[in-house]
Design a protein around this ligand. Structure first.
Ligand SMILES: NC(=O)c1ccc[n+]([C@@H]2O[C@H](COP(=O)([O-])OP(=O)(O)OC[C@H]3O[C@@H](n4cnc5c(N)ncnc54)[C@H](O)[C@@H]3O)[C@@H](O)[C@H]2O)c1
Ligand SMILES: O=C(O)C(=O)C[C@]1(C(=O)O)C=C[C@@H](O)C=C1
Length: 367
């Protein structure tokens, strides 16, 4: 009989992992559990899981591999419950939480009982939630952080990577504290800033409704992540409180600095502020997926007439090239518009470029 995998939390990440585990281990049975039974039913009908349970305890006691993919506070509560039930000696438990210190500390309590827990965090995701947004390629080429402690045997690290080979992710090891510090900077703080920015625009928008209508590329780019799950981010902030309090203090100081050079009309310092940021941003590793997403974008000049967008997308669909995002820039009456198309990989960008050029579309990439 094939092995049993239990996925608890059938949302974006649990669903995507279930798909990539099944792809690499088709003989295993994927059992799902979610607090929300509708999520279980949807996961079953989308063939993300083989079956679901309405109480995970029995399935946990027979599982070979357990993935916790709930918001981080619930993951701790579930690990607490695992302390009270029988789990097979050979079973490996992992989580996908965006914070690691508290979860790994709880996992150590299980280790003391002879149950193997190895913390994990795939550094790829989306502002979308729910199993319907699952994608077996979500983690391809992304960093997958694992946080082994001294109490976990190396064989379990290999076992985890084998289970998760279908993700196509690149595994790296970090101490839980280092994980929370680094992701605090490149993931958690940006989510706070994005949400605060949307709140500010919302306040002005109450008095001047046109403001939100005017929100164009820049605002949308920097605030996309403000559409993420509030319960997930509530838990992340509470788990990474100390790190984020320090970062917010430094952030406030940084805002004070820019305020001060602006008040003084210090043009040189203002230029240096943007120039230094541009150089740092431009130097981010290209072609890598992870917290620092690369741009797999192609820009296409389009004449401003009806049907042109469906023509472009139709050409790409015929070649089976998936578009992950589409945006129209500068499309005003009677002038050329620009279509910004995002793809999963650089290869898809190149293929799309070739096909569209063959169809007489002018295309260009950004560096
Ligand atoms: N979204 C991302 O970009 C991303 C990336 C990497 C890691 N993560 C982490 O992955 C985890 C899941 O995030 P997601 O994006 O899949 O969220 P999601 O909202 O899409 O899914 C979470 C699911 O967990 C279920 N759930 C909540 N409490 C539960 C409980 N006690 N028992 C069983 N099910 C429960 C919810 O009903 C929901 O279906 C979080 O810990 C998050 O920090 C998220
Ligand atoms: O792409 C997004 O929407 C994300 O927010 C993904 C993101 C991130 O901050 O980069 C969010 C939380 C995770 O723990 C890992 C990845």
């Amino acid at each position: 009989m094939g092995k049993q995998v239990l996925v608890i939390g059938l949302g974006l990440i649990g669903g995507s992992l279930a798909l990539s585990i099944k792809k690499e281990h088709p003989e295993c049975t994927i059992i799902g559990y979610d607090l929300d039974e509708e999520a279980c039913k949807l996961a079953l009908s989308l063939q993300v899981i083989d079956r679901y349970v309405t109480d995970y305890k029995e399935a946990a006691s027979t599982a070979d591999f357990i993935v916790l993919a709930t918001p981080v506070q619930s993951a701790i509560a579930i690990l607490d419950e695992f302390l009270t039930i029988e789990i097979k000696d050979s079973c490996l438990i992992t989580d996908v939480g965006s914070t690691k210190k508290d979860i790994v500390a709880k996992g150590e309590e299980l280790m003391a009982k002879g149950v193997s827990f190895l913390g994990g965090h795939p550094m790829a995701g989306s502002h979308k939630t729910g199993v319907a947004a699952s994608n077996e390629r979500l983690f391809e080429n992304a960093f997958y952080i694992i946080t082994p402690t001294a109490s976990i045997p190396f064989s379990k690290v290999i076992q985890l990577q084998n289970w998760l080979r279908g993700t196509g992710a690149r595994f790296i090891e970090l101490e839980p504290e280092a994980h929370d510090l680094y992701t605090g900077m490149v993931s958690h703080l940006p989510h706070i800033i994005a949400s605060a920015l949307v709140q500010e625009a919302g306040k002005l928008g109450k008095e001047h409704p046109i403001v939100t209508e005017l929100a164009a590329g820049g605002f949308r780019d920097i605030t996309r992540i403000a559409s993420s799950s509030p319960s997930m981010w509530r838990d992340i902030l509470l788990h990474n409180k100390e790190v984020l309090l320090t970062m917010l203090e430094k952030w406030e100081m940084s805002m004070k600095d820019i305020r001060s050079i602006l008040a003084q009309e210090d043009a040189e310092a203002i230029y240096a502020f943007f120039d230094e940021a541009k150089q740092l941003r431009d130097a981010l590793p290209a072609g890598k997926k992870g917290a620092l997403m690369p741009f797999n974008d192609l820009f296409v000049d389009i004449p401003d007439h009806p049907g042109v967008i469906s023509d472009v997308t139709g050409i790409l669909a015929e070649e089976k090239i998936s578009i992950t995002n589409i945006r129209i820039i500068e499309a005003r009456e009677d002038i050329m518009g620009v279509l910004q198309l995002s793809f999963r990989s650089k290869e898809d960008v190149q293929l799309a470029k070739k096909i569209l050029q063959e169809n007489m579309y002018d295309t260009y990439e950004t560096s």
